[in-house]
Write a protein that binds this ligand. Structure first.
Ligand code: G6P
Length: 368
């Protein structure tokens, strides 16, 4: 069936606003909310016997994989190595012991991701894929397919596929934690219950942050460079935010681990480079706030993306402070993706670019 934009100006906007609904489908596919348990389908890789996991992907799918790595390592104590597929396929890495590999791809057709999959297959690894297109080549060549059920994504810049990939990784993390004995039954239930709240929270966030983000984006559209900072999974969101902004607004943007600020990017700080600091009140909050102070002390303009607790805990002067509700730490990447996507979207709209078909980019990169 033909997909249309409905009441939206662009497919990207439609896909951003669709997220509460599509993420709820993904979560319901992998989680049994009534029982407070992950479903069997999330355990089709035998996580209890796997010693390590490899992940390869490109673009936004790579960033979803990086958040997956942080979760799988922290909650399931599973060692994970991730690389961009164009590097992964040529590194000639040894693959000893009992390892599995996961490939993340919206289209399921990205050439480098497919080549990485084939490398692991030749080495006898169990192959899983997290894909949006179930009849794609990557899905067909996998032993286990984890569909993300996002529906067709038309905008070149990936949005709903990203959050549905995250929802899938969250479920796999719980399954792996259970199989490996690192999560006890209560913890599983708490995580499943917390995730069941994502669609409701996401939809209220989308309604509430639109006006402040439109104002902010009108200002951002005047700058030529933007730096994003974060720690932990917010480091990944910093890179994903910078990717989105450069792809569709053509403003130069970089995402950095906040702890690396001192090792380079601090030299660039002046009033001409806004710094978007993604810092909800998680266990990294104080460290990130001290980086933010370093930026402020050098005349940098700060856009502080935080939660209610975080906003109350800092009195730094900012160019804008975007306040989201306080949520469970596991949910933060799913919820904080939304302002990150909308900042890029509105800025591109103010710049007047071709948001759904940005110059030089393709939805799916099927050649090297
Ligand atoms: C292209 C698209 C991105 C996407 C990446 C990986 O660069 O423009 O939106 O994240 O490819 O695509 P895949 O289909 O493998 O997720």
């Amino acid at each position: 069936a033909q997909v249309d934009k409905g009441n939206h100006r662009h497919f990207m906007e439609k896909e951003i606003y669709e997220q509460p609904e599509v993420v709820s489908h993904t979560l319901a596919h992998y989680l049994d909310f009534t029982a407070g348990k992950v479903r069997g389908i999330a355990s089709e890789i035998d996580f209890s016997s796997v010693e390590a996991l490899k992940i390869a992907a490109c673009g936004t799918a790579y960033y979803a994989g990086q958040i997956g790595k942080y979760w799988l390592e922290r909650y399931a104590r599973l060692p994970v190595e991730i690389d961009v597929a164009s590097e992964f396929r040529y590194r000639e890495m040894p693959l000893p012991g009992n390892q599995a590999a996961l490939f993340v791809s919206q289209s399921g057709e990205t050439a480098d991701t497919l080549a990485s999959l084939r490398y692991c297959k030749e080495h006898g690894l169990k192959i899983g894929s997290i894909v949006n297109v179930p009849e794609s080549t990557i899905a067909r060549e996998s032993d286990v397919v984890f569909p993300i059920l996002a529906g067709p994504e038309i905008g070149v810049a990936s949005t709903k596929a990203f959050t549905c990939q995250l929802a899938t990784f969250a479920a796999l993390t719980i399954a792996a934690g259970r199989a490996r004995g690192t999560l006890i039954a209560d913890e599983e239930t708490n995580m499943v219950r917390a995730l069941s709240e994502v669609p409701r929270i996401a939809s209220s966030v989308l309604n509430q942050i639109q006006p402040p983000l439109e104002t902010l984006s009108r200002d951002l559209a005047r700058y030529h460079h933007v730096l994003y900072l974060g720690r932990g999974t917010n480091y990944t969101l910093a890179m994903e935010g910078a990717l989105k902004l450069k792809e569709i607004s053509y403003i130069h943007a970089e995402g950095y681990a906040a702890g690396e600020l001192k090792h380079g990017p601090i030299a660039l700080i002046d009033e001409n480079m806004p710094v978007i600091v993604i810092a909800p009140s998680d266990r990294h909050f104080e460290k990130t706030v001290s980086n933010m102070q370093e930026v402020a002390a050098r005349g940098g303009r700060i856009i502080f993306v935080t939660d209610e607790k975080g906003a109350a805990a800092s009195d730094l002067e900012t160019m804008a402070t975007i306040v989201l509700p306080d949520v469970d730490e596991l949910l933060m990447p799913l919820i904080f993706s939304l302002p990150i996507q909308l900042i890029a979207y509105y800025t591109a709209v103010f710049m007047g670019t071709d948001v759904d078909q940005p110059r030089n980019l393709a939805k799916s990169v099927t050649v090297e």
